[in-house]
Design a protein around this ligand. Sequence first.
Ligand SMILES: O=C(O)CCC(=O)C(=O)O
Ligand SMILES: [Fe+2]
Length: 274
Amino acid sequence: MNTQVTNDQVEFYLENGFLIIDDFLTGSELSSWQDAVDEAIAQHVSRDDTYHNQKGGDSYYGNVFVQCVNLWKTSEKVKQLILDPQLGRLAADLAGTSGVRLYHDHAMVKQPWANPTNFHVDNPYDPFYSHQAIMFWVALDDTTVQNGCLYFLPGTHKTSGFEVGGSLGEAGIGELFREYPEWSAIEPCVAEMKAGAGVFISGMVAHAAGPNMTTHPRRAFAMLFMPEDATFNGKKSALPDEVFEKLKAGDVLADDEHLPLVFSYREDGSLSVK
Ligand SMILES: O=C(O)CCC(=O)C(=O)O
Ligand SMILES: [Fe+2]
C-alpha cells in the first residue's frame, strides 16, 4: 500500500479537491482487497439488513449502483485493510486536520447498464459540516469511460457550500448546475483509473461517474473520513441508530465503537490507535 505523497501531490489536492494515487495497491494487495470486498458484499446482500439501495429496484437512483455500507463491521478482512493508520495519516495530512475518524465505508458496484452517478457534492449529506471531510475511493476494477469512471470539477471545493449537494435521482446528471451555474463552464476532469489505484476526494468537490455501458460490473470501495473534531449537525445520514440517538447538534462525533479513530497526531505525536 503506497501512502507516501510528494509536496506536489499535496499541492494538487489543495488546488483541485482530489488526488489520484496511481500505484496505491500492488497486484497481490489488489487481490486481497477484491476478495475481501466481494466476500463482504455477498454476506451483506444475503443478510438483507443493509443501509439502503442494495437491490436496485425500479427507481433511477436504485440503478445507479449497488451500495453496501459499513463492510468493516462485518468483515474482519475489510476492517484490517481499511483501519490502517498510514492511510488515516495520509487522509489527515491532505485534509489538513490533526486526525481522522472513519464515518463509514461503502462498496459501490455499478452493474452493467447502471445509470450515471449525477454530479454532486458529498459533505452536504454528511452528519457534520467540514471543509476537511475527505473520502478515499479505490478502484477494484479498471474504471473507464465505458464502465463508469469518475469525473471531477476541479477547484469546486473552494466555492461549494454546505447547503446544496445535488441529487443522484432522476433530475439528471447536471441538476447540480442549476444551483451552481458558474460551474457549468468548468471542463470536467475524466478520471480513468487502473484497478488498485485510489483517489482522495474532498467532501466539498463536485464529482460524478458515468453509466456502465459494458457487460461487467465496475467495483469500487470507498472510505469516508471525518476530522477528529467534527461536530454533529443534526442530520442522521448514515449514522447508526444507537449513535444518532445519543447525539445533540454541536456534540463532537467521537464514538469509538462506531466511528473509530483511524489516526491522530494528538495521542502521542506519532502513529496512533486502530
Ligand atoms: O462510484 C461512484 O459511482 C460514485 C462515488 C461517489 O460519488 C461517492 O462515493 O461519494
Ligand atoms: Fe460522491
